[in-house]
Design a protein around this ligand. Structure first.
Ligand code: ATP
Length: 351
């Protein structure tokens, strides 16, 4: 059991606030991604968790025990950083056994454990190889095996896959996720790649500007973003300027649209942003009547093979629709069309 709680964690470097007032629970056995753009504070936050940085405010509780001032080497956390920090002059086996040796394990225990760990990361029989003789993906696996060698209470990874090419990276995301689920180890991963976060996580923590913007499952964050930053950062979204026209309706360029209940934080008659995913925007023939349908004109079409993207201008706003090839609208640039924004797919956010 290893549940980590962050209470009011903050970090200032002189005049810079790197992390501000973070309250967060990392549940036992789950994989949580810290996701955000460069400079949002995610590395600082994972370094605080690792014990490599002392927070300016707040405390860390591991299974209820206050570990805020516990030195890094006494936390028993496994860590993998972007640089991997493998020892180039040692073999794979010596790298993996390093922590075990420091802890005083005898040679035969070290060998058995190294073989177990190499099997686990799918590198059986490579103990005698030198680090320089490995591919990028294999080095990654060695770093993971080394970090897991001491059965850590928490597994921390900072951009662990960013040095790999796109294909290998996707394969490693799946592999790492399967390994984490098999071991049931509480894991925190820093990434700026939203696809990576969506692929791997039980929970995604979206950060921007030193603060946590939203915490949720990948699907919750995708379907119900709390603000325009999250809506735009996770996947792509149409963010359309509207005026609130009631508790379940907005005015988009002079047309009334029905929406799910609008948060009371957004005032009637005030400005707001309507967020809708491109795959939820439907392109219909001109004159098609019905709820949340408005007239528009096609400005651009592009076909990616696996999907078709259509841009439509409706008065002063432009929306993008993405459809699967079988639902391809039969339209070309300059055609008049009707755009449908289904009420259940609309999310009204503060401007
Ligand atoms: P990246 O993805 O680029 O690594 P990040 O989200 O991990 O970014 P951090 O490295 O945590 O962001 O940095 C957050 C902010 O704190 C940035 O403005 C950064 O310049 C600042 N910062 C980080 N470490 C220090 C330091 N040791 N001294 C001064 N400022 C720092």
């Amino acid at each position: 059991m290893a549940e980590l709680k962050l209470e009011g964690i903050g970090k200032r470097f002189g005049a810079v606030t790197a992390v501000e007032n973070v309250d967060l629970t990392i549940p036992d056995g789950k994989l949580v991604c810290l996701l955000g753009p460069s400079g949002c504070g995610k590395t600082t936050l994972i370094r605080i968790i690792a014990g490599l940085e002392e927070p300016t405010t707040g405390r860390l509780l591991l299974d209820g025990e206050d570990i805020t001032r516990l030195p890094a080497h006494r936390r028993n956390f496994g860590m993998v950083f972007q640089s991997l920090a493998l020892f180039p002059h040692l073999t794979v086996g010596e790298n993996i056994a390093y922590g075990l040796r420091i802890r005083g394990a005898n040679r035969s225990v070290q060998k058995t454990r190294v073989d177990e760990l190499l099997d686990m990361v799918q590198l059986p029989g490579l103990a005698g190889r030198h680090i320089a003789q490995l591919s990028g993906g294999q080095r990654q696996r060695v770093a993971i095996a080394r970090a897991l060698g001491l059965a850590p209470r928490l597994f921390l990874l900072d951009e662990p896959l960013s040095a790999l090419d796109a294909k290998l990276r996707e394969a490693m995301q799946v592999e790492l996720r399967l390994l984490q689920q098999r071991l049931g180890i509480t894991t925190i991963i820093v990434t700026h790649d939203q696809r990576e976060a969506m692929t791997m996580s039980d929970l995604v923590v979206v950060m921007d500007d030193a603060k946590v913007q939203q915490v949720g499952t990948p699907l919750e964050i995708y379907r119900n973003p709390l603000n325009t930053f999250v809506a735009d950062f996770i996947g792509s979204s149409n963010l359309l300027p509207v005026t609130v026209a009631g508790r379940t309706s907005v005015d988009l360029a002079g047309q009334l649209l029905t929406t799910p209940a609008i948060s009371m934080d957004i005032v009637d008659g005030g400005p707001a942003t309507l967020s809708i995913r491109p795959e939820d925007v439907h392109v219909l023939p001109p004159g098609a009547e019905g709820e949340n349908r408005i007239a528009g004109r096609v400005t651009f079409v592009r076909d990616f093979g696996a999907s078709v993207e259509t841009h439509i201008r409706c008065d002063s706003v432009e929306a993008i629709s993405v459809a699967a090839p079988k639902d391809r609208p039969d339209v070309a640039c300059d055609d008049e069309v009707t755009v449908e924004l289904p009420p259940a797919s609309c999310v009204v956010l503060p401007r």
